[in-house]
Write a protein that binds this ligand. Sequence first.
Ligand code: GDP
Length: 439
Amino acid sequence: MLEELTSKLESTFRRLRGYGKLTEKNIADSLKEIRRALLEADVNYKVVKDFVASVQKKAVGEEVLRSVTPGQMIVKIVHDEMVRLLGGTTATLKTAGIPPTIIMLVGLQGSGKTTFAAKLAKYLQKKNRKPLLVAADVYRPAAIQQLKILGRSINVPVYEEGIGDPVKIAFNAISYARQHMLDTIILDTAGRLHIDEQMMEELVKIKKRIRPHEILFVADGMTGQDAVNTASQFAERLNFDGVVLTKMDGDARGGAALSIKAITGKPIKFMGVGEKLEDIEQFHPDRMASRILGMGDVVTLVEKAQETIDQEKAAKLEQKLRKAEFDLEDFLDQLQQIKKMGSLESILRMIPGVGSQLKNAQVDEKNLVRVEAIINSMTKEERRNPKILNGSRRKRIAMGSGTRVQDVNQLMRQFEQMKKMMKQMKNKSFRGFGGMPFG
Ligand code: GDP
């Protein structure tokens, strides 16, 4: 996510921090670089201009120049301005006083609206809400079918009437939700390839009649300023409440994320960060600014770990580690827990300082798959007691997992190293994912 922008800003900051003393020229040069980086990231021209002007105003102050670490001070100023640009504080979803809360999703076709509907349902489910997905895209039977499949995969009911009047469907869905004690309705409305008057009229009508508590505009983050322009038009007609930026995992530049609040006045509330239904993140301007500036995002990382890692298993694992009884079955278990947290790359990027190192190195997800295949090809006995893995067993395992004997050997070496490390930390409290063979 946003790696291009991050790497440019990081190199500017590295230089800035390196100067013992800052001169007006150093600052002006850095600002020029920041300006260029933002423009190349497809951030709106006016937004960039205001941003740089406001950093400049603060950066040339006496206080900064006279401080012990002027470079650091400027980095902080850029960070704070970026937080402001991204919306300042975290914007949350509104909820109804009397359920059900109605959340209406709007956006162009292909923006990731239907996928997001299911992601949001799953997200709310984890927060003990009882969502109902409603298929109000009455023009595309395929979209209704897609929603049904997604709903089934996460055990969330889907209300649909096939082709019909979306307002009537929404009303019926509200009754259905009341009857079935479902507290949140997620309305997936019809999108078109481009903005057209008929679609807008329909959405305005649904808004007027149904009065949703929250309207979220869903946009493909990768489309940069196109997303911002579409958002402006939707904002004008529909006055929605918040933005969802999808496909941020594929967005190296970040133009939409950095412009949309300033241009439309509407905050970003969620991001889609992958194709899987757990790839959704609430949008936190401060955390996002830290990520963009290459400072990582430890808070989100810890939250993800807490959410996905099975606490009971973690406790058991800790006990085993204390006794240094860790075997390959536990190893496999741990691997699977990490995979649940999302793509390996997205996890690693949240660790401060790792982002820039990853820049050119592709994280080898295949390696994880390979490790899993190798362990899966072992017998229970072999997993519990890896010492018995002699040459012929290793050969068999390599054949069975479609890997090479070297791969098996490498894994065993890594596993031994990890065990050694764990023995050393035996007396410390240790949970979760240490020393995994990442790639
Ligand atoms: P809709 O037409 O707006 O309902 O769009 P869909 O939900 O069908 O999504 C369009 C495509 O984008 C599908 O192939 C999705 O898998 C993909 N997609 C949606 N959200 C994300 C995301 O956050 N990341 C990635 N990489 N792909 C996504």
